[in-house]
Design a protein around this ligand. Structure first.
Ligand SMILES: [Ca+2]
Length: 524
């Protein structure tokens, strides 16, 4: 059950977050623009062209997938690059001349699911399992297979892209006019890894909630897990609800409207929250209406920076208290396990990382493991998985555009780490380069990749494509919250960091608070 919930967030993040993107998308190039007759092949003809061919060492199998209620007809091209890197290339019925590569999630191991909007818009879609088959919550593949570990860390995307580009040219007679990458979480790490290590591979990259600082965030998971495992540290759902309510009371209105979303995170400081007010008398746990000293220590571990010996990049910024800790996809799911720590996502990720990557002992006890004791193990993990380089001038100088996005109440990966990375990028490449070629958006009240109290849906691919193809740099965008039928429930301006959407409409007006016109992007 818990695994399924994580898989939902990690592997379907792209598909879920794109629910509304198909609406209003018609600006893509028509196939006629490509010129070549071959480029006008429909899905069936594209499949017939490729069936049985061997490209880049992979023998391709093809199948026309008929249109469904939610997705258009496409040609599914499947192949394996030896020994075990499985990929899929999804060819649309009417190609728009461009390529879209969708990233994975967690420790990968499964084929990334169909992302409908890009395919609907005519993109060729490329995905893989990153080189091994298994459970997205397990790093077991890395124990005795260094090549699989390298593919997972950085090599699978350029390797699959090489074959995908040849396949597109074989099918349509021309290469894609533009290639884009989009991913969230581990997929966001893949996005930044491509920017840093393969700077000419993509014309534009979207990194959502990127897990780029693998050593740092896994180490932070380990530190928080130890605080929760300490005597009296366990957090039940009632304790989490108490914490969330306390934060909302202190911070929800700081953005001008009490709506369950703390949009002005910068002003929601430790002083404003005053967590000490929740301390149980005497410090021992006396029930659901207070936090023990051990539980306050958990909050401190959670909200302060985790810094480890070794490289300067072995760090993770503290998490914000957002008032959304009690969200079903929040603190209980990712951090506390609602009192059953071993069911928490962060516990599971750091545990599998200790067992199969750092200690290299399936019987190791992660709660007794000193994260930065074995420096060579940390440096090895960083060499494989860390996408922490900040000088991305090769990507920028190649014309590349980068959009980075992070949910403001992400309880899996700290938005503050992403903010720190982008600030360091600006220092490395210069403010002018950063402004010309990168964007950072923080979506208030949004969970890890998708969902949450705040509006989580934004068509970043459209923004990226208009930037790359027309030079229209994205400014303030739109974030929407939609129900299962695609009905928009509320919208907010999606402001460029450090701005946040400040409510400027009529006071305490619930209906007005749902309309983006009543907000102004404002510096804290
Ligand atoms: Ca608010």
């Amino acid at each position: 059950m818990f695994f399924q919930r994580f898989q939902l967030q990690l592997k379907q993040a792209m598909a879920l977050s794109a629910a509304l993107v198909s609406l209003g998308m018609s600006a893509c190039r028509n196939v006629g623009d490509i010129g070549s007759t071959q480029a006008r092949l429909n899905a069936q003809a594209a499949c017939a062209t490729l069936s049985g061919k061997t490209i880049g060492g992979a023998t391709l199998t093809t199948a026309v997938v008929p249109a469904s209620a939610t997705a258009p007809t496409y040609c599914k091209v499947s192949g394996t690059l030896a020994p075990s890197l499985n990929f899929e290339i999804r060819l649309p019925d009417k190609w728009n001349g461009k390529l879209y590569y969708a990233g994975g999630g967690g420790y990968d191991g499964v084929m990334t699911e169909l992302v409908v909007p890009p395919l609907t818009q005519g993109y060729v879609e490329v995905v893989s399992d990153s080189g091994h088959q298994g459970d997205g919550m397990s790093a077991a593949f890395a124990l005795n297979d260094p090549f699989a570990a390298q593919l997972f860390g950085s090599l699978s995307v350029p390797t699959v892209m090489s074959t995908a580009l040849k396949t597109v040219s074989t099918t349509y007679g021309v290469p894609p006019s533009k290639s884009y990458f989009e991913g969230c979480s581990k997929g966001g790490q893949e996005a930044l890894m491509a920017v840093q290590r393969n700077p000419s591979l993509f014309d534009g990259v979207i990194a959502r909630s990127p897990g780029y600082n693998w050593v740092g965030f896994m180490g932070a998971f380990n530190r928080t897990a130890k605080a929760l495992a300490a005597r009296g540290g366990a957090f039940t759902a009632a304790k989490t609800a108490l914490l969330a309510k306390h934060v909302r009371e202190a911070c929800d209105g700081l953005d001008g409207i009490v709506d369950g979303v703390v949009a002005n995170l910068a002003m929601c400081t430790a002083k404003v929250v005053n967590i000490a007010a929740l301390r149980c008398a005497g410090g021992a746990d006396t029930g659901d209406m207070c936090l023990s000293d051990a539980q306050l220590a958990v909050v401190k571990a959670w909200t302060t920076d985790a810094v480890f010996a070794g490289n300067d990049t072995f760090r993770s910024k503290g998490y914000n208290l957002t008032g959304n800790e009690d969200d079903p996809m929040g603190f209980g799911l990712w951090v506390s396990g609602d009192g059953d720590l071993k069911k928490a996502g962060q516990y599971m990720f750091q545990d599998t990382s200790v067992k199969y990557v750092l200690a290299r002992d399936p019987n190791a006890d992660s709660l007794k493991y000193v994260w930065d004791k074995n420096q060579s193990a940390l440096y090895s993990m960083a060499a494989l998985n860390d996408a922490t380089q900040t000088d991305i001038r090769p990507f920028i100088n190649n014309g590349g555009k980068l959009i980075v996005w992070h949910g403001g109440s992400d309880m899996a990966l700290s938005v503050n780490s992403t903010i720190e990375y982008m600030q360091n990028v600006a220092k490395s490449v210069g403010a002018e380069n950063a402004a010309a070629s990168t964007r950072l958006y923080v979506a208030p009240g949004v969970n890890h990749c998708t969902g949450g109290a705040g509006p989580d849906q934004t068509d970043l691919l459209k923004a990226l494509d208009e930037w790359v193809t027309k030079g229209n740099a994205p400014a303030t965008l739109r974030a929407e919250k939609v129900d299962a039928n695609g009905v928009v429930l509320r919208s907010l301006p999606l402001c460029q960091y450090p701005q946040y959407p400040k409510y400027t409409g009529p006071a305490n007006d619930t209906a007005a608070a749902k309309l983006p016109a009543n907000y102004t992007c404002t510096s804290p």
